[in-house]
Each structure stands twice: as structure tokens, then as C-alpha cells.
Design a protein around this ligand. Structure first.
Ligand code: SF4
Ligand code: SF4
Length: 425
């Protein structure tokens, strides 16, 4: 696409944004893959429409106020990338763009409040635990609250699990095949700390030593995707310092964190940390990939009853990191497990970071649609690789009175090793 974006005007990430705009040939193949285009049916809510809007804002031809509704509705799910025959890297446009224009955005007080609340609590486990406990008390007041705050309150679980802690180093069982450093995450470590416990269990059973670097923090993905570039850079720098260089991989068990850490070179573009960010991000691996590439996954016991598992692709695992087969393959190794495909599997569940708070109506429609599709294949349980998806699917299943458990893939693998029944008799 031809453009007149002034070279370098928008800072160090100008080149990436301009390259994404100029690679788009306006063919429209991405439209069918885009969940917001499917929901709203309007060109400006499609990937192609958004690229044009961002181009015009960057050229100075359109005000951000005139484009912001459509751009805010973008989930950042990246379903448009694998659908694009020209290889447009939409990820190099949407988050840098949001970060570039954020200082000029005029927001309502309620938008400012909900952004401040999420950005000041979600990335910090201790603050998030306190806020989540207070939020659960305030849940009965949700109908009287503005939609975004009410939506935030409704997402909170009825009770928070107990805190868990993990050893700085957990040695491999048997002969060591690799040594990895694990990101323990922020919101996930509060909402479901057992995911980290299960991750350490399965990795060490597979011959992989796991260390938990002291001083690590939030990956920064949440801040990056909502246009808070300075906060994302701060988090990225903290992790560059905290994680040791002498490990075979930096392992994540939350799709959004993995893709966020792979974006560190873009987040830190033009800073003194850019090179370090490049070598760091090259080592970032989802736990399913680490097990497949670095481990010797031992055999699982036979399940007492056959188990039908619907696997839900988290967008930031499948679209952003290209991790599709590894989790399915690991689940299929459990004797008695059948892995089911969810119809319209490419479509986002509507979780997408803080999308439930920012765009509650579309998030709810997508969540409900995903649950309908998942239920249509009659699974005994649903497995996925991201805490956001897990929370969203659980909430929508609960609203329908469904009793299908939703588990992280690594929890399913751990439970299979422990010979726990994966489905109820
Ligand atoms: S498929 Fe790719 S090239 Fe075609 S309109 Fe969409 S983003 Fe542009
Ligand atoms: S990231 Fe997702 S919601 Fe945004 S334009 Fe691409 S497909 Fe549509």
C-alpha cells in the first residue's frame, strides 16, 4: 500500500510500522479470519480497514479521535497474520501504533479509571491479590457499576486459591537433558498458581531442571498491548536483568507472556537493550515446546476411562508463536485421550488481555460463541495454554450452567502422571 508516513517521525519503531503498512496489498483475504469483522461486519473493524486507519493517522491525515473506536476494538489476536498471503506483520503495527498515539488520546474519566486500575494492579501479584479480594466483596454491586468495572468484577473467581511458592531450583529427575528458567507470571500466579506447580512437575519429570530467577516481574505484554510503551519497557528491562544467560530456554506457560517476551526487541527498539532483547527473546519458549524440544517426556499411565479433550488454541500461542501441534501431540500421548478440534477454532475467545474490561459486549459475544462451539463436540474437559482463555471459558461455561472443567494443558499432563482421573466417572 502506498503511503506518505514521514520517515522516522514516529520514533524508533517507525520503520516496522511503515513496513507493515506498505506490505499490505489490500486484497482482503484477512477479513474472514478477523473476529471483530465477523461480529460487526464493517470494513473499519477489519484488519485491512484498521491498517488504512493507522496509515492515515500516521500520515497526519486523520485524527486519532476519528479512528480510535475501530482501533480500540482490535483484540490483538493476530488471526489476520496467518491469513495474510503477503506476510503483513500486523503485530509490528498495532501495539507500536497504540504506544505512539497514547499521549494524544483523550479518554473519558471512566476509561482513565479502569486503565489505571488494571495497569496498577494486574502486573503485580501482591497488589492484584488484594484488589481481587476487595473486588470479590464488591461483586454484588456490579449491576450498579459502569459496564467496564462491572465486567472486571464479574471475571473474578468466587474464591482465590492459596498462595504457592516454588524452589529457586528444582533439579531434573534422572539424567538432566536441559536447564530452563521459568517465568512465574503475575495474574496467573494469583488466579491459578497450580499451573506453575504442574509446569515444574512435568518439566523435571522430563529431565529438565527448572530455575525461578529472583527479581523477575510481569512480562509487560499487558502494558504493551494497551499502548503503555514506557511501562512495557520497564518490565522488559527488569526481566532482561533477572533472567540468567546460561540456560537452554526461558519458559513460559501463559501464551500472552510468551508472545510478549518474544516482542522485547520491538518493545526496546532503539534503546541500549535492543541487542540483549534479541538474544533473550530467541530463547523464549512455551512449556509445550520446551517439553517437545528439550525433554524426554516419559510415558503416561493408561486412563481408567476414555477422555475426550477439546483443545482451545490461545491466539498468542497459535497465531503469535505458531505453536499448534506441540500441545495436541503431548495430550495425545496420554493413553485413552482423544483430542477434539473446536469448530471455528481460529476465532478468539474474547479474553485478549483486558479486552473484557475495555470492550465488554464484544468480549461476551465471543466468549459465548467459543463456549457454544466447544460444547458442540461434547468434551469431558477443555484444555488450553493461557490463563486469560481459561478464565474466560470458565466464566462463560458457568453462566450456561455447564460443568465441563477447563484446565491448562500442563495441568492435564501432570494429573495424568499422578494417575488422577481426568474426567468424572
Ligand atoms: S490479507 Fe494481508 S495484504 Fe491482504 S488486506 Fe489483509 S493484511 Fe492486507
Ligand atoms: S488482531 Fe485480531 S481483531 Fe485485530 S485486526 Fe487482526 S484479526 Fe482482527
Amino acid at each position: 500500500m502506498q503511503h506518505r508516513i514521514p520517515a522516522g517521525k514516529h520514533g524508533p519503531i517507525s520503520d516496522e510500522m511503515t513496513a507493515a503498512v506498505s506490505t499490505c496489498v489490500h486484497c482482503g483475504f484477512c477479513l474472514a479470519a478477523c473476529p471483530t469483522y465477523e461480529q460487526l461486519g464493517q470494513e473499519p473493524d477489519s484488519p485491512r480497514g484498521r491498517i488504512v486507519l493507522m496509515k492515515e493517522v500516521l500520515e497526519g491525515e486523520l485524527s486519532i479521535a476519528d479512528a480510535s473506536d475501530h482501533l480500540d476494538r482490535c483484540l490483538g489476536c493476530l488471526a489476520c497474520e496467518p491469513a495474510c498471503p503477503s506476510g503483513v506483520l500486523y503485530r509490528n503495527l498495532i501495539s507500536p501504533f497504540r504506544s505512539c498515539v497514547e499521549p494524544e488520546r483523550k479518554r473519558t474519566w471512566i476509561e482513565r479509571l479502569s486503565r489505571a486500575m488494571t495497569q496498577a494492579t494486574l502486573p503485580y501479584p501482591t497488589r492484584f491479590r488484594i484488589a481481587a479480594n476487595l473486588g470479590r466483596l464488591a461483586r454484588p454491586l456490579a449491576p450498579m457499576m459502569p459496564t467496564s468495572i462491572a465486567s472486571m468484577l464479574r471475571l473474578l473467581p468466587k474464591r482465590l486459591p492459596k498462595r504457592q511458592s516454588w524452589a529457586a531450583v528444582t533439579p531434573a529427575l534422572g539424567k538432566r537433558t536441559a536447564r530452563v528458567a521459568l517465568l512465574t507470571g503475575c495474574a496467573q500466579s494469583v488466579l491459578d498458581p497450580d499451573i506453575n506447580t504442574a509446569t515444574i512437575d512435568v518439566l523435571t519429570r522430563s529431565g529438565i531442571e527448572v530455575c525461578i530467577p529472583h527479581g523477575q516481574g510481569c512480562c509487560g505484554a499487558l502494558s504493551w498491548h494497551v499502548g503503555n510503551g514506557p511501562q512495557a519497557q520497564r518490565f522488559a528491562r527488569v526481566n532482561l536483568e533477572a533472567f540468567p544467560e546460561g540456560v537452554d530456554a526461558i519458559v513460559t506457560n501463559a501464551a500472552g507472556c510468551g508472545s510478549g517476551m518474544k516482542e522485547y526487541p520491538l518493545i526496546l527498539k532503539g534503546t541500549q537493550y535492543e541487542e540483549l532483547a534479541r538474544s533473550f527473546s530467541a530463547k523464549v519458549m512455551d512449556v509445550s515446546v520446551a517439553l517437545t524440544k528439550l525433554g524426554r517426556v516419559p510415558p503416561f499411565p493408561q486412563q481408567r476411562l476414555p477422555v475426550r479433550i477439546a483443545y482451545h488454541d490461545a491466539c498468542h500461542l497459535s497465531n503469535a508463536q505458531g505453536v499448534v501441534e506441540e500441545p495436541r501431540e503431548l495430550l495425545r500421548r496420554i493413553p485413552g485421550v482423544e483430542v477434539l478440534e473446536i469448530p471455528e477454532g481460529h476465532s478468539c475467545c474474547g479474553s485478549a488481555g483486558t479486552y473484557n474490561v475495555d470492550q465488554p459486549e464484544i468480549a461476551a459475544a465471543l466468549g459465548d460463541q467459543k463456549v457454544s462451539h466447544a460444547m458442540s463436540v461434547h468434551p469431558d474437559l477443555i484444555a488450553t495454554g493461557n490463563i486469560g482463555c481459561l478464565t474466560q471459558l470458565s466464566k462463560h461455561l458457568e453462566q450456561r450452567g455447564g460443568s465441563i472443567p477447563v484446565r491448562h494443558t500442563i495441568q492435564v499432563l501432570r494429573d495424568a502422571y499422578l494417575d488422577r482421573p481426568l474426567r468424572s466417572p
